[in-house]
Design a binder for this molecule. Structure first.
Ligand code: PEP
Length: 250
């Protein structure tokens, strides 16, 4: 059985006060969370200590939204994977489309970050996804396969045995437009097939999450698809009731 996950991506949101209320409600409502059905929260670096304080010892996993491609040294403003792990984190998102589009994260840099996360025992959540223009040009499969192959080329297909992939069509992120379950399933099956060509056993155990305007009202239908193993949740992860309802759809 593949692990199923619902992971919140808070993006650049939060304060110590609002986080405390949100996290408390998540802890109280996460009775369904288990090693097989993971509920996770990825917060800004500044709040990792708060996540450790509130979520440490609970069934909720937590992590960062990025890691530096460097291990240490003269890289002002960077936060290394080891520093993230030092707060008890288990997860690290890498290659989110906002980092790719706004902060220069190329496929090669994302692959380095993926390796940095794994080297310290974090589970990287590798985001892939096409823009609207790429979808309309019929390039969806070429784009997501290129993004995934960059990691396989750098670290080998076996590296995916300790990773999670998130398919996030850029046109569906924060837009209220969700990929239909059939559209999402088609890309998930394609991604699993790309991995299966190289290692069938890694492919069958690889969790592939869908992300892009997942809500309590559409999560169950998405998660019922054969190759959709949960979701990466932006906006709805900031409202405990919505986030927990999505988690209960696992
Ligand atoms: C995301 O940021 O990864 C995301 C999926 O955002 P949203 O759920 O708000 O579309």
């Amino acid at each position: 059985m593949r692990q199923r996950l619902v992971v919140g991506n808070w993006k650049l949101n939060g304060s110590r006060a609002t986080n405390a209320a949100l996290l408390r409600a998540c802890v109280e409502g996460a009775d369904f969370a288990s090693p097989a059905k993971v509920l996770g929260v990825c917060a800004p670096f500044a709040y990792l200590a708060q996540l450790q304080e509130v979520l440490g010892g609970t069934a909720i996993q937590y992590g960062s939204q990025d890691v530096s491609r460097f291990a240490s040294g003269a890289f002002t403003g960077e936060v290394s994977a080891a520093m993230v792990a030092d707060f008890g984190c288990r997860l690290a998102i890498v290659g989110h489309s906002e980092r790719r589009a706004l902060f220069g994260d190329t496929d090669e840099i994302v692959a380095i970050k993926f390796g940095m996360a794994q080297a310290v025992g974090l589970t990287p959540i590798l985001c892939v996804g096409e823009s609207l223009a790429e979808r309309e040009a019929g390039d969806t499969e070429a784009v997501v396969s290129r993004q995934l192959q960059a990691v396989i080329a750098a670290h080998g297909v076996k590296s995916l045995a300790k990773a999670v992939v998130a398919y996030e069509p850029v046109w569906a992120i924060g837009t209220g437009k969700t990929a239909s379950p059939a559209q999402a399933q088609a890309v998930h099956a394609f991604l699993r097939g790309v991995v299966a060509e190289q290692d069938a056993s890694v492919a069958s155990s690889l969790p592939i999450l869908y992300g892009g305007s997942v809500k309590a009202s559409n999560a169950a239908e998405l998660f019922a698809q054969a190759d959709i193993d949960g979701g990466l949740i932006g906006g709805a992860s900031l409202v405990a009731e919505d986030f927990l309802a999505i988690g209960r759809s696992l």
